[in-house]
Design a protein around this ligand. Sequence first.
Ligand code: PSU
Ligand code: MN
Length: 295
Amino acid sequence: MKRVLVSQEVESALAGNRPVVAVETAVVTHGLPRDLALEAASRMAARVRHGGAVPAFCGVYSGQLYAGLDMAVLEQMTRMSPVKAAPRDLPGLVIGQGTAGTTVAATSYLAARAGIRVMATGGLGGIHRGPGLDVSADLLELTHRQVAVVCSGVKAVLDVHATAEALEALGIPVLGYGCHELPAFFCPTSGIPLEHTVHEPGMAAAFIATAWELLGERAVVVAVPPPGKPDLDWAAITRTIDLSRFDKMGKAATPSMLSLLHHHTGGLTTQKNLELLENNAAVAAAIACALHALF
Ligand code: PSU
Ligand code: MN
């Protein structure tokens, strides 16, 4: 058995030189309620296909690493109490026949192993707010994975400023896609200015290709604001989190904060989550096609 099993459809797309978009699965297993998560996954797949690319859901199923899980297996996974896997969790999952949704970090690893250069997700992990040191493995992993990560900036629940500074220190280029500020997941603005902005896929592809030519193997973050109205206010979200006096650390932090915000906003954060996932999948497909034309 191959270390990273690439589905037949993805394999033949890669071999036939057709664009492929890797899709993160931690958001399916841990980012949304189960039914909505599967709905989000199938809508993402549809948007990738509509954009002319092949979707490749990355994850771990019964100890096998995959690039290209189909919907039926994703459905199975959500019934198996999957874990949320960062790269360092992969050996244990392989040895212990575990099942997992993969974070941005682990998805970028699987994508790179499979030869996929563009991935779609919701938001990047980073530096958490509050006491204690909780820094996502997403940050370091992206310093050495040659993949364009199409996302709505960084997760709103993080210390967005510290995370933006860390991306700068680590030398990971961040490109605004139709925005001049770093989005904070379901919030279109965070007050953090971006120095590079493009408005269409061709320009994004040119930026990404140039980044790889000049800087070598590392990720480029393509930050796409969440679509649709009403806009959610980042300061208000941050206040809600602060007032709730969170006591969860580590992997449990994001899912429980998301569920708190869902209740506080009458479900609006969840609706935004779905919309931005779909939109990011569409943008990722367009960029994958444009990149494809360049190489
Ligand atoms: N966005 C969500 N829910 C999530 C994540 C993002 O709404 O669970 C995941 C992404 O997979 C991201 C990961 O890569 O959280 C980072 O988690 P950690 O901070 O534990 O590294
Ligand atoms: Mn963490």
